[in-house]
Design a protein around this ligand. Structure first.
Ligand code: UD1
Length: 457
């Protein structure tokens, strides 16, 4: 990770000059969870179609620091090999998840479930230090308590100590809030527990099902996959057997990001190796707005190796109609595409209300878009009003642009590509957390984008 690197982008000034094909990588949000699930196995697991992004490398380091063996390999058909990870958790000798690494990536909290289930104890840094309420993990800790674990927060080092002498016990948990992380973590914890666990009001994101189906193919008993109620019959401590590799599903957020980018910047674009059925809310909104999109579900009609195509996208972006966005749990509109979609809406004609219902503080990038000429009003901390179309250009005070998080980072890349002039984007290490070699893939489509060390740009 190099925090000094920047992207330099020459904007297309609204012209749709990009074209070509882009292949979608494995879903970061499934791959990270499968890496934590490797802790539940007796012996070495193989995880295929792994994205090579910084968050995956952070999880590799966290697992290694606990004592696990982690090696990179490759798997897949000849000529279409994808990265694989081989993980063996049998030598884990520490219960302390590295606090410095864990603080850089919230998803590391998911590891507490498998650790508690197999090794019966784990420590984890309180998100946001000891400040209660900041980025809460209450759904996790309350769930563990219901399963018989003791959870305490040590004020001296701000670490949660979690311990479950003996096995975790099956129980019934109703999540008061729908949470992707809590659903998959309690599900994994329940896999090795004594007795049956019923989880209610679960998240239904496809990444959870991807991991659950793999666990079932290796000896777990999870019923209700893809529904709000999961029933898990615990193995009573018997570890899973690594009979089958985990194959990561295509990253729907990466596919959606390229789709929005294609709508604004490409005449023709083929998004390959994706699951169009995982992106229906986004495809439907863009189609209704006027983007010429077609989908093919893949050879077996099951969505695997599907394609999304933009064809003959020659009308000006101002011909696209504005629409309202309300982020929701799956299958609703994904919060991770809220920022890229706002970049799109600045170019469409009309007014759009954008309501963020999942996370607070997800509009930090709006200042950058406004500096570029976007007309965006903040209604309240969770809602903005976008009025389009507005040409985007380099700001007169030339402050430059910044990636505020993975997805907001993509949104400013998209705004710069659409805009007029030469743009510099800093903090791109945050984009690297979720998008593999973004500049190389955009260059292959015809974009003028360079990665530079800020000292030399
Ligand atoms: C995951 C995804 C993230 C995506 C999000 C929602 C990963 C690595 N990240 O994040 O990209 O944006 O789902 O689709 O998979 N909450 C609590 N208490 C808890 C846990 C969560 O109040 O103990 C709240 C959160 O603050 C948030 C909401 O629940 O407001 C939903 O968050 P959650 O679904 O848990 O998101 P993540 O799993 O962190």
């Amino acid at each position: 990770m190099n925090t000094k690197e920047t992207f330099i982008i020459e904007g297309l000034a609204g012209e749709k000059k990009l074209s070509g094909e882009v292949r979608i990588n494995g879903a970061k949000n499934a791959a990270l969870k499968a890496m934590t699930a490797a802790v539940l196995f007796d012996g070495q697991t193989t995880l295929e179609n792994m994205p090579d992004t910084d968050d995956i490398h952070t999880m590799v380091e966290i697992l290694k620091k606990l004592g696990a063996t982690v090696e990179w390999g490759s798997a897949g058909e000849a000529g279409r090999e994808r990265k694989a990870l081989l993980i063996d958790a049998s030598k884990i000798g520490s219960a302390h998840i590295n606090a410095e690494l864990a603080k850089t990536m919230r998803a590391s909290v998911v590891l507490t479930g498998p650790m508690l289930a197999r090794f019966h104890k784990v420590t984890f840094p309180a998100p946001g230090g000891c400040v209660i309420g900041a980025r809460p993990i209450d759904l996790f800790t309350e769930g563990y308590k219901k399963m018989g674990a003791a959870v305490s927060l040590n004020d001296a080092d701000c670490l949660y100590n979690m311990a479950a002498p003996g096995h975790l016990k099956g129980t019934e948990i109703f999540f008061e809030k729908i949470s992707v992380g809590a659903t998959e973590t309690l599900m994994m914890a329940a896999v090795l527990a004594d007795g049956k666990t019923t989880l209610k009001n679960c998240a239904m994101e496809p990444e959870i099902g991807n991991v659950a189906e793999w666990l079932n193919s290796c000896g777990a008993h999870i019923a209700g996959i893809g529904t709000p109620i999961l029933e898990i019959e615990g193995t009573g401590g018997r570890l899973l057997s690594p009979q089958k590799p985990f194959v990561t599903i295509p990253d729907r957020i990466e596919a959606g990001s390229f789709l929005i980018l294609g709508a604004l910047c490409a005449k023709d674009l083929v998004i390959k190796d994706c699951r169009p059925d995982h992106l229906e809310s986004v495809i439907s909104a863009l189609k209704d707005s006027g983007v010429p999109i077609s989908v093919a579900m893949g050879a077996h009609g099951d969505g695997k190796n599907g394609e999304i195509r933009i064809t003959g996208n020659t009308k000006p972006n101002s011909s696209f109609k504005a629409f309202n966005v309300r982020t929701q749990e799956y299958p609703g509109f994904p919060t991770d595409l809220q920022a890229p979609m706002v970049a799109y809406l600045t170019q469409a004609t009309g007014e759009s209300s954008v309501l963020e219902t999942i996370f607070e503080g997800r509009f930090k990038y709006v200042g950058d878009l406004s500096n570029m000429g976007a007309d965006i009003d903040s209604i309240n901390p969770r809602e903005i009003l976008v009025k389009g179309p507005t040409p985007l250009r380099r700001s007169s005070d030339d402050k430059g642009l910044s990636a505020h998080d993975i997805r907001a980072g993509f949104a400013v890349v998209l705004a710069a590509l659409t805009g007029k002039g030469r743009f510099k984007i800093s903090n791109i290490h945050l984009i690297d957390r979720g998008y593999e070699k973004l500049e190389e893939r955009l260059k292959a489509l015809g974009a003028d984008i360079e990665r530079k060390n800020s000292a030399s740009s």
